[in-house]
Design a protein around this ligand. Structure first.
Ligand SMILES: Nc1ncnc2c1ncn2[C@@H]1O[C@H](COP(=O)(O)OP(=O)(O)OP(=O)(O)O)[C@@H](O)[C@H]1O
Length: 930
């Protein structure tokens, strides 16, 4: 039984954009609830649908009128489709899903359908067993993406005789409650592709299809029915320009519009009354909705419109689309598998029919035979189906003479129209199936060819690139090598010129040395006099330092005076003489002390002399070293090239400077030590002087006493002695004292000499140091001779530049060598890659050939089978085997495991694999599995 598609129209209120843009509502509704008038200047018109819902309509109203009957149909084994069409933002998603699937007032059609399905299942008798499974997909950019398993984003469409059109590999989830189905909807909704356009910030650029399959089994008679419900939310139908889409969104829009225009074409072909071909295959959308449009489905189309003048063109377009779709006729039938009893019944009926037909044929043949023989048959005896059905069978043919049992070709046609239709349908389906397979194979082949092409291209490119880049690289390397060798030559020339300059420089240095030597000699001579003068001055200075107040000299004079006085004695008494003796003894002890001090001083002097000797030796060694170093420098200067000369000179300078500094420091330290020593000596001498002062005072007193005694000659030292004896004693004392003084004098002189010597040495040392300094400065001055300096600087610069250039060249050489090695390695690697690619290509070609071969064989087999079927059909026609055939209904349920049959993932642990789960299974198991 055919039925038209139900088309309902729903308007939404004006949205903020439309109001902002100054849009006005331009639609008015008829009271009958079926018509709408659009009062647009450009697009005026009235449209009538099964129902028109103004913007204030409730979700429940839309559902109750348009959808609830479809749910009953699906539960009764029909296929059903509800799809929403309209421009972006017109309210398609609002209508299908609603703003919230849990809100009683605002939830859309799909949640209400779910509610009703479960309510109906619960209300049905307990002898009925149901399974509900859902799948959710979207078509985006002409690719089918599984919203419940989004990794599958390009699923193929298949068609099988027993299953009809289906998406291969689409995940199907068994659900047993409303909450489970809601969970699936939420998950799928999250995966939906949403892209921004300025029409609607959350505009969906894809077509979404939610599929609910309900299978039911009558546990009493074993009959099975299944219904499939497609709930489709189409992408916006507006023109690309209006959405402001560009770039990738433009591509999207084109593909989305391709699907929608294919939908329009399908609707046109179905409704124009003359098209023989319906272009379902032009898009994925129309292919999936093949059964919904002009096929086995109860279909409702909801067209969603804006009431605003801002969108009048789109609204008119939508309304026209709805009007066209209204006249599509579907042939919905129950998808049922008959039980054994029902099948037996049908068989029995078919057999009876077959018998009736056989009898009718026989009757007709008998009649024809009579007519052919020229006889006549009374009208009342003419064969008719009614008579045969009534059991009033005409005379058997055997009673007719000359009866031929073979059917005559001229007999009237048998009523085989119904069977032909069935067969046609079957063959069409088979053809579709095969076409699908061919398309799939072709797609595979195309993909492989593309891979092959790309590999070939890559290979060619790599070959070209390799060869061209290798040649290029080699050329570059050659150029660089040439450049390097040229630069090397240049460098060699420069080095030669540098060597020449160096030789010149060496000569000049030689001359300079000579001049230096001469200057030194001259300086030595001229400085001899100065030196003596300096020496004397220094000596004087040092002596002045040693006896700053001239005290020692004064003391000496006094002592001498006393001695003189002592040497010419007057008459002394015995006491005085004893006292004098005592004094003399004291003086002796003092002199002994002084002697000791002098001995100490001598010791110190000896150690100082030792030190001085060491110092002198070191000075000599340093001088020798300096000489050697100078000789060596000269020799090196002569021997070495310019680079070495400069380096050696600078090194030499550094060395000489360092040595000079070290020597100077050492000498200064020693001078310092000597000065300290001298200071100590000074202290000692002062101590000595004070002793001498005391001695003088003692002598003074002694003299006074002696003077007193000379006034009183009876008393004194010489009392009781004769004059000769006294004189002898005096003489002895005088001699002893004179001797002591002479000793002291000698000692003092020796000490002074020693000191003088030391001072001289120190002075010499200082002078030698000054000389060394001067010599060094001379060397420096000479080497810093202006012209020389200039030349040296120039040469140094040259040398520096050359060294730099040489360094660069060496570096470049190294880099080039490295690059050459890398290039070689790259070349080798590329060659290997080319070889492997060639191998791969060959492998791929071989595989492709094998696959092509296989495919050809399969195609051949299919063709043969088709041919066989056709020939069987024609044979059957020829043999006029007119037995009744039963058209097999499409089974909605029990798909293969790979097509959504329960798998380990979508089964609960208790449910055996391969069996249909009961109502309590699956979503939780699937959820856990996923
Ligand atoms: N009948 C209605 N009553 C109130 N608001 C509505 C109605 N229809 C749609 N809307 C509001 O209009 C806006 C756009 O609606 P919706 O998203 O359903 O449009 P759409 O046609 O699905 O757009 P798209 O093609 O981009 O998916 C939403 O904010 C929605 O709430």
């Amino acid at each position: 039984m055919s039925n038209n598609i139900k088309v309902v129209c729903r308007f939404r209120p004006q949205n903020a954009l439309e109001i902002r843009e100054g849009g006005q509502p331009i639609v008015t509704f008829d009271d009958n609830g079926q018509s709408v008038k659009v009062e647009s200047k450009e697009y005026p018109g009235s449209f009538t649908f099964d129902r028109v819902f103004p913007w204030e309509s409730k979700q429940k109203d839309v559902f109750d009128y348009s959808i609830s009957t479809i749910v009953d149909d699906v539960i009764n084994g029909y296929n059903g489709t509800v799809f929403a069409y309209g421009q972006t933002g017109s309210g398609k998603t609002f209508t299908m899903m609603g703003p919230s699937i849990d809100d009683e007032d605002t939830k859309g059609i799909i949640p209400r359908i779910v509610d009703q399905i479960f309510a109906s299942i619960l209300a049905s008798p307990s002898t009925m067993e149901y399974t509900v499974k859902v799948s959710y997909m979207e078509i985006y950019m002409e690719k089918i993406r599984d919203l419940l398993n989004p990794v599958n984003d390009n699923l193929p469409i298949h068609e099988e005789k027993n299953r009809g059109v289906y998406v291969k590999g689409l995940f199907e989830v068994y659900v047993s409650s409303i909450s489970e189905i809601h969970e699936v909807m939420r998950r799928g909704g999250q995966s939906r592709m949403v892209a921004y356009t300025n029409m609607n910030a959350e505009s969906s650029r894809s077509h979404s299809i939610f599929v609910v399959t309900i299978s039911q089994k009558n546990l009493v008679d074993g009959s099975v029915k299944s219904g499939k419900l497609y709930l489709v939310d189409l992408a916006g139908s507006e023109k690309v320009g209006k959405t402001g889409a560009s770039g990738q969104t433009l591509e999207e829009a084109k593909k989305i519009n391709k699907s929608l225009s294919a939908l329009g074409m399908v609707i046109n072909s179905l409704t124009d009354g003359k098209s023989t071909h319906i272009p379902y295959r032009d898009s994925k959308l129309t292919r999936i909705l093949q059964e919904s449009l002009g096929g086995n489905s109860r279909t409702t189309l909801i067209i969603n419109c804006s009431p605003s003048s801002f969108n009048d063109a789109e609204t008119i377009g939508t309304l026209r689309f709805g009007t066209r779709a209204k006249s599509i006729k579907n042939k919905a039938k129950v998808n049922q598998e008959l039980s054994a009893a029902e099948l037996k019944q049908l068989l029995k009926k078919a057999k009876t029919e077959a018998l009736t037909f056989t009898q009718y044929i026989a009757a007709l043949e008998g009649e024809v035979f009579v007519w052919r023989q020229g006889g006549t048959v009374a009208k009342s005896d003419w064969a008719s189906m009614d008579k045969i059905q009534a059991g009033d069978v005409a005379a058997p043919l055997s009673s007719v003479p000359g009866h031929m049992t073979q059917p005559d070709s001229s007999r009237p046609p048998t009523p085989a129209t119904a069977l032909d239709l069935d067969e046609r349908e079957e063959f069409l389906k088979r053809e579709n199936e095969l076409t699908d397979q061919i398309a799939e194979k072709e797609a595979e082949l195309l993909a492989k060819q593309q891979v092959l092409e790309s590999m070939k291209e890559e290979l060619t490119f790599l070959k070209d690139q390799d060869s061209s880049s290798a040649v290029h690289e080699l050329n570059e390397l050659k150029l660089q090598l040439e450049k390097v060798s040229y630069e090397n030559k240049e460098g060699a020339i420069t080095v030669d010129s540098l060597r020449e300059a160096n030789q010149e420089l060496s000569k000049e240095l030689e001359e300079l040395k000579k001049t230096l030597m001469e200057m030194r000699l001259a300086q030595k001579d001229s400085s001899e006099g100065d030196k003596e003068k300096k020496k004397m001055e220094k000596m004087a200075q040092m002596m002045a330092d040693l006896d700053p107040s001239g005290e020692i000299s004064a003391k000496e004079a006094q002592l001498r005076e006393t001695l003189f006085k002592f040497e010419s004695p007057s008459g002394l008494n015995a006491e005085e003489t004893i006292a004098i003796r005592k004094e003399i003894a004291q003086s002796r002890s003092i002199i002994e002390q002084h002697e000791q001090t002098i001995a100490d001083l001598n010791n110190e002097n000896a150690s100082l002399t030792l030190k001085r000797d060491t110092l002198e030796m070191r000075l000599q060694t340093a001088e020798l070293e300096y000489e050697e170093l100078l000789d060596k420098t000269i020799a090196d200067e002569e021997a070495n090239s310019s680079i070495d000369v400069l380096e050696t000179i600078s090194e030499l300078r550094n060395k000489v400077e360092a040595q000079y500094a070290a020597k100077k420091e050492q000498a200064q330290q020693e001078i310092e030590a000597l000065k300290q020593e001298l200071a100590r000596r000074n202290e000692d001498i002062q101590r000595l002087s004070s002793n001498v002062t005391e001695l003088r005072r003692g002598n003074e007193e002694l003299r006074e006493r002696m003077e007193r005694q000379s006034n009183h000659p009876s008393s004194g030292l010489w009392e009781g002695k004769d004059l000769t004896e006294r004189e002898r004693d005096m003489e002895r004392i005088r001699k002893t004292m004179a001797q002591q003084l002479a000793d002291f004098d000698v000692m003092k002189k020796a000490l002074m000499r020693d000191l003088q010597n030391r001072c001289e040495k120190v002075v010499e040392l200082e002078i030698s140091l000054d000389e060394t300094r001067e010599q060094y400065n001379n060397v420096l001055r000479n080497s810093n001779n202006k012209a020389q300096q200039k030349k040296m600087a120039f040469l140094e610069r040259n040398l520096e530049q050359l060294t730099h250039v040489q360094k660069q060249l060496v570096e470049q050489n190294t880099i080039l060598k490295k690059e050459v090695a890398i290039s070689e390695r790259k070349l080798l690697a590329r060659n290997e890659r080319i070889h492997s690619l060639e191998g791969l290509l060959q492998g791929a070609q071989e595989k492709l050939t094998t696959q092509n071969h296989k495919f050809e064989t399969q195609l051949q087999a299919v063709r043969e089978r088709l041919e066989q079927a056709r020939s069987q059909k024609s044979a059957a026609n020829a043999m006029s085997l007119n037995f009744g055939r039963i058209a097999k209904p499409l089974r909605g349920g029990a798909p293969g495991a790979e097509n959504g049959m329960p798998t380990e993932e979508n089964y609960s642990p208790g449910s055996p694999k391969g069996q249909t789960p009961d109502r309590r299974t699956s979503w939780l198991g699937w959820r856990n599995g996923v």
